[in-house]
Design a protein around this ligand. Structure first.
Ligand code: FMN
Length: 117
């Protein structure tokens, strides 16, 4: 399955690199389009929100989003940890594979890898 991801500071990008997925698209400004099913991997922005570029991307491409994995930082953002996951579930009905810390650990990588097979 295709992986679509967003990364501002490089942590999600590192997670995606370690995933070793073959078919990968990065969301830059949100104008990208996909014509096939994908797993979304994104960081959390603001006070627990979906990054604006990801929101823009989803306006056109939410229909192909099968599942999502979300990064956050529980030490700096304890109250809104991985809030983007809650928004994705509420607004788009996304099934959340895993909420992970920054660039993710082995368990979060394994959870997403299992979905790609
Ligand atoms: C401005 C800003 C706001 C953030 N807000 C949240 C938040 O509300 N909840 C959370 O869990 N993480 C939050 N984070 C942490 C990032 O989502 C987390 O570090 C993520 O791994 C960053 O991914 P990236 O390096 O690929 O951009 C925030 C980070 C920044 C810079």
């Amino acid at each position: 399955m295709k992986v679509v991801y967003a990364s501002r500071m490089g942590k999600v990008e590192d997670f995606v690199r370690r995933l070793g997925a073959e078919d990968v698209l990065k969301i830059n400004d949100g104008t990208e389009t996909v014509g096939e099913d994908y797993i979304l991997i994104t960081y959390t922005d603001g006070a627990g929100i979906i990054p604006p570029a990801v929101e823009k991307f989803l306006e056109k491409n939410a229909g192909h989003m099968k599942k999502a994995a979300v990064s956050g930082n529980s030490r700096r953002h304890a109250d809104t940890f991985c809030g983007a996951a809650d928004r994705l579930a509420e607004k788009y009905g996304a099934e959340i594979i895993v909420r992970f810390e920054d660039n993710g650990d082995d368990a979060s990588l394994a959870a997403v890898k299992a979905e790609l097979k």
